[in-house]
Design a protein around this ligand. Structure first.
Ligand SMILES: Nc1ncnc2c1ncn2[C@@H]1O[C@H](COP(=O)(O)OP(=O)(O)OP(=O)(O)O)[C@@H](O)[C@H]1O
Length: 307
């Protein structure tokens, strides 16, 4: 059964009159990768800072692994790994030296850990190279290794993909998937760009001006963005039988508003219109639809950037 990792209840945090978090209530369960998507200033970092204990909410509560209250949260936070804002790397150290330093300062005795982590994140071959000579992608991976030091069950990564080149993006994406699949770590990863995170996360949480605007699974998101012919009509049952009998397709979906999404014949819209008309259906709308991820994101947050 999916265990609850994090449950927030109406978290609110205001900075000088600006609501960085506005009644945020979300639940994260084990084994998933959650994408927290929002524009700059949407509240992503603030959310992670509140959960990790770097700052306090003005109002609202939250549970970590089913526990709440200051003392319990402090204990449960040992089960979290975070990379929030900057990884805090030491430029003159090698990757191994840095991880050893971080391990010792956290009082973790396992000497093998840094070698194991360097292998896991793909930096085992960096040898004597100093961090200051690392690419941004390597630095991000080292930051993730640092967050993994305490063997966390829940990992929060704030914009780990930001500023990376396409290869760096692919590497971080596959690392994140591997961490979830192989170590069963639940991951919350923030990004200001939905397409950038697309297919990495299993679930997407869209935040805008501190408010949660939408929670959507990858599957549902794909359904939203898949191109289709939207057919508006008053008799969906009759339309469906025409699609099956006359157009020989089962690639459609009946929506709650009785409209039908047809995923076939996208290039033959006029012919589809003719066939259904000849079979006694008056379509109130017949148009090709389907958002790009970017359009979809903008439609969820409510239009332009200043909305
Ligand atoms: N320490 C602070 N002092 C004053 N205002 C703050 C502080 N931290 C955040 N804010 C404000 O709170 C809002 C949310 O900021 P936050 O950093 O959480 O957003 P974000 O989604 O992480 O954005 P970004 O992608 O730019 O990091 C913004 O309006 C920001 O200016």
């Amino acid at each position: 059964m999916d265990e609850c990792v994090l449950k927030t209840n109406n978290l609110t945090k205001t900075y000088r009159g600006v609501k960085a978090l506005d009644n945020v209530s979300i639940t994260l369960t084990t084994g998933k990768i959650y994408g927290l998507i929002g524009q700059n200033g949407a509240g992503k970092t603030t959310f992670m800072r509140v959960v990790s204990g770097l700052t306090f909410p003005d109002t609202g509560t939250f549970e970590l692994f089913g526990h709440t209250g200051d003392k319990s949260l402090q204990l449960e936070r040992k089960r979290i790994g975070c990379m929030i804002e900057y990884p805090g790397l030491v430029p003159n150290m090698t990757a191994k030296e840095f991880l050893r330093y971080r391990r010792l300062s956290r009082g973790i005795p396992d000497k093998e850990l840094e070698v194991e982590l360097l292998k896991r994140i793909g930096l085992a071959e960096t040898g004597k190279k100093k961090i200051k000579h690392f690419s941004l992608g390597m630095k991000q991976r080292l930051g993730i290794a640092n967050a993994l030091l305490g063997n966390p069950e829940f990992l929060m990564l704030d914009e780990p993909i930001n500023g990376l080149d396409p290869i760096g993006i692919v590497e971080i994406r596959s690392l994140i998937k591997k961490l979830c699949e192989e170590l069963n770590i639940t991951i919350l990863i923030s990004s200001h760009n939905l397409p950038e995170l697309y297919q990495t996360a299993t679930d997407y949480i869209i935040i805008h001006q501190g408010k949660i605007k939408q929670e959507i699974t990858l599957e549902a998101l794909e359904g939203q963005c898949k191109h289709h012919i939207h057919i508006g009509c008053n008799e969906p049952e009759k339309l469906v039988s025409i699609l099956e009998m006359k157009l020989h397709t089962k690639s459609y979906q009946v929506m709650p508003d009785k409209s039908v999404k047809l995923y076939d014949y996208l290039n033959k819209k006029e012919w589809v219109a003719q066939v259904i008309y000849e079979n006694g259906i008056i379509a109130t709308d017949l148009s090709v639809r389907g958002d790009t991820l970017e359009d979809y994101f903008v439609s969820v947050i409510g239009g332009g950037k200043d909305v």
